[in-house]
Ligand binder design. Sequence first.
Ligand code: URA
Length: 243
Amino acid sequence: MADSAANTIRLNKFLAQSGVASRRGADALIAEGRVTINGSVAQAGSQVAPGAVVAVDGTPVSAERLTYMVLNKPVGYVTTLSDPEGRPTVIDLLDVLERVVPVGRLDAMTSGLLLLTNDGDLAYKLSHPKHGVPKTYRAIVRGLPGSAALRKLTQGVHLDDGRTRPAEVTMIAARSGGAELEITIKEGKNRQVRRMCAAVGYPVMELERIAYGPLTLGRLGVGTCRALKPHELEALQAAASGG
Ligand code: URA
């Protein structure tokens, strides 16, 4: 988990990530006094804060590598970058220097897979309704929906802001007082799954996103994040291009 109070990165790591030199090479540059942070000559062990200007021989170095993270969002965290109610934000859980932002939203009370990136082009394409990237949720609902309710969810439900597009809905298990459903939608209306289930009379008690396009949560622990693997990024790029 990141220490949000000190969301800094060691200078040699920063330089290595920026492709300037290996960490050892970066150490040599620092020792030679060729590296500055915000205009002051850096020392071995210096830390770089977000937004700091690092320069080598007077030439600024950019840290903004394209970064793609997947987080298993816990319940209670907001996906906005700050919250007027003071709730914790998902950014507090990241340990990257790059300014990644969530792709789409999850409600504070929804847990599960959240993609974060600083690749604005990919984020835009993934969120565009044209591509209809599927998102799969595990919902625990109150009551036991029968086939009529499941059919309505599948075919489309009238909500205040329009009818939902066809969804895939599978009854996974009946539980005491409720049922576990797996629901895949290809759009992203606000609180869509909660509103769909409530509209057919089965309010959601727990909601977790378990897949986003080709990405799945796998064994990622709640509250932890990891970088996307190259094959995951490729699959995501294909999904964002309608592939
Ligand atoms: N649908 C919801 O109701 N909430 C979410 O967070 C995501 C989808």
